[in-house]
Design a protein around this ligand. Structure first.
Ligand SMILES: Nc1nc2c(ncn2[C@@H]2O[C@H](COP(=O)(O)OP(=O)(O)O[C@H]3O[C@H](CO)[C@@H](O)[C@H](O)[C@@H]3O)[C@@H](O)[C@H]2O)c(=O)[nH]1
Ligand SMILES: [Mg+2]
Length: 194
């Protein structure tokens, strides 16, 4: 028998995305039931990818302005990130191919799914699908930079892998999905750390 019974779902904000307040009864292991309320921000699910080149021992990352980080201590609001996007109605692999071309300008071939993760499970509903893919200079078909109509101004960075790992240590890379993917590439031995 399910331990959760939703009593009420109230929309607190329905602007760009949706913020809901959910009141529910939760049955504890001792059999007693407790009423709780939790807010959940639903901005859909997403996909992210780390592009790597084994000959050059490099990765492709992006840099863009992220307002939520600016209001929480990031002095210029710029964040170095693995390419990522929201699924909308796409399947994760379809989404990440499209986002890779829009944001980085690379048209990739094989992609490998590595894991899925809830990124902020106490407050955000989102599950993120993680991918890696090899890239070569020949796959660069456009400048990238994001979709102009969506006011995306994304800088594309090609970094030595050891240098990118060093940026985690110095705090210049502070984005969870990016750290997870760089460490995955290191643990799996896809690229050399020095
Ligand atoms: N007008 C408006 N635009 C918004 C708002 N919030 C986001 N956008 C715009 O919506 C677009 C979403 O771009 P995507 O590339 O699809 O998503 P993303 O923001 O890069 O999100 C990815 O990274 C996130 C952070 O790690 C992930 O949480 C997410 O799953 C995804 O992978 C961007 O142009 C962004 O500026 C808003 O409140 N108002
Ligand atoms: Mg994006």
């Amino acid at each position: 028998m399910t331990k959760v019974k939703i009593i009420e779902t109230r929309i607190l904000s329905d602007n760009w995305y949706t913020l809901k307040k959910i009141t529910f009864d939760y049955r504890r292991n001792d059999g007693t039931t407790e009423r709780q309320s939790r807010e959940a921000y639903d901005r859909g699910n997403g996909a992210t990818i780390l592009l790597y080149n084994q000959e050059k021992n490099t990765v492709i990352l992006t840099r863009q302005f992220r307002m939520p980080t600016f209001v929480n201590g990031n002095p210029d609001g710029l964040l170095i990130e693995a390419c990522a996007g929201l699924l909308d109605t796409d399947q994760p692999e379809e989404c990440i191919r499209r986002e890779t071309e829009e944001e980085t300008g690379y048209r990739i071939e094989q992609v490998e799914k590595v894991f899925e993760a809830y990124m902020s499970p106490g407050s955000v509903t989102e599950i993120l699908h993680f991918f890696i893919a090899a890239y070569t200079p020949k796959m660069k078909v456009a400048v990238g930079g994001g979709v102009a109509e969506e006011q995306e101004h994304i800088e594309v960075l090609e970094l030595d892998f050891g240098h990118a790992l060093g940026l985690i240590k110095t705090g210049e890379i502070k984005d969870a999905k990016t750290i997870m993917l760089l460490q995955h590439i290191q643990i799996a031995g896809v690229l050399k750390s020095r």
